[in-house]
Write a protein that binds this ligand. Structure first.
Ligand code: NAD
Length: 251
């Protein structure tokens, strides 16, 4: 298996892309540590992983809290002894409206989870990976980290911040055995996208019609790319965005 005997961490693993990736990491041979702020759904993910025969640890943890993130990484090391792969995925979106109607509270909230939280996760993951001299990190940005959409300026800003952090960190550790890349999903069928579509008054089919392939994506289609980027098959790839979007950002 492609990640046999590796230890992989996922944030926001209680649903959607994070859950699919935690399960896919396990199926690829990794021991999985995953976090979320939601306990019930987190335990559901843990059961799904264990049903496949893989080992996992769920930690209730908020990525916007430095104490929580430090403890999450410490628990991964205490349980499985190392950290080979990390998927920094936890993220939120909020109200859909033009910039002048957006509140500073929503801006701060989105940045605290999507940008600050991801920075904190990388900081503590990298501290451990430096002691090992190896590691692979994948950050979950978005096509909104590459191009803009109207009505979601705080979200677009936070996902562009993810790209800046990814590129800079890739250069910081390129000679120290740590690779850092991003995935940039297009519209994917998850709870987050269902909430966004409802706010915009559109359906998944409407979203699919905006994609050259004519459909929205599935969480497993992101998960498989994350596993590839974490594997030795991607050993010469660092600092890159990987758009997984049915061609959405091509034109
Ligand atoms: P989701 O809502 O199904 O999953 C997000 C998970 O993150 C939830 O389980 C949630 O409880 C958790 N979470 C939220 N705040 C957290 C915090 N502070 N600490 C820890 N966990 C927290 O949504 P999803 O669509 O799977 O989104 C996952 C990531 O993918 C997000 O970063 C999102 O921006 C990104 N993304 C999603 C899409 C899409 O179309 N669904 C497209 C591009 C990017």
């Amino acid at each position: 298996m492609i990640l046999q005997d590796k230890v992989a961490l996922v944030t926001g693993g209680a649903s959607g892309i994070g859950r699919a990736t935690a399960i896919t990491f396990g199926a690829a041979g990794a021991k999985v540590v995953f976090s979320d702020i939601r306990s019930v759904e987190g335990e559901e993910t843990a059961n799904l992983i264990r049903e496949t025969g893989a080992e996992c640890l769920f930690v209730k943890s908020d990525v916007s809290s430095e104490a929580d993130v430090r403890e999450l990484v410490q628990k991964a090391i205490a349980t499985y002894g190392k950290l080979d792969c990390a998927f920094n995925n936890a993220g939120i979106d909020l109200a859909v409206k033009p910039l002048h109607e957006q509140s500073i509270e929503d801006f701060d909230k989105i940045m605290s989870v999507n940008a600050r939280g991801l920075f904190l996760c990388m900081k503590y993951e990298i501290q451990q990976m430096l002691t090992q001299g190896s590691g692979a990190i994948v950050n979950n940005s978005s096509t909104n980290g590459l191009v803009a959409l109207p009505g979601i300026s705080p979200y677009v800003a936070s996902k562009h911040a993810v790209m800046g952090l990814t590129r800079c960190a890739a250069l910081d550790y390129a000679k120290q055995g740590i690779r850092i890349n991003a995935v940039n999903p297009g519209p994917i069928a998850t709870d987050l996208m269902a909430r966004s579509a409802e706010q915009m008054g559109i359906t998944f089919d409407d979203l699919g019609s905006m994609v050259p392939m004519g459909r929205i994506g599935q969480a497993t289609e992101i998960a498989q790319a994350v596993v590839f980027l974490c594997s030795d098959a991607a050993r010469y790839i660092t600092g890159q965005p990987l758009a997984i979007d049915g061609g959405y950002t091509v034109s």
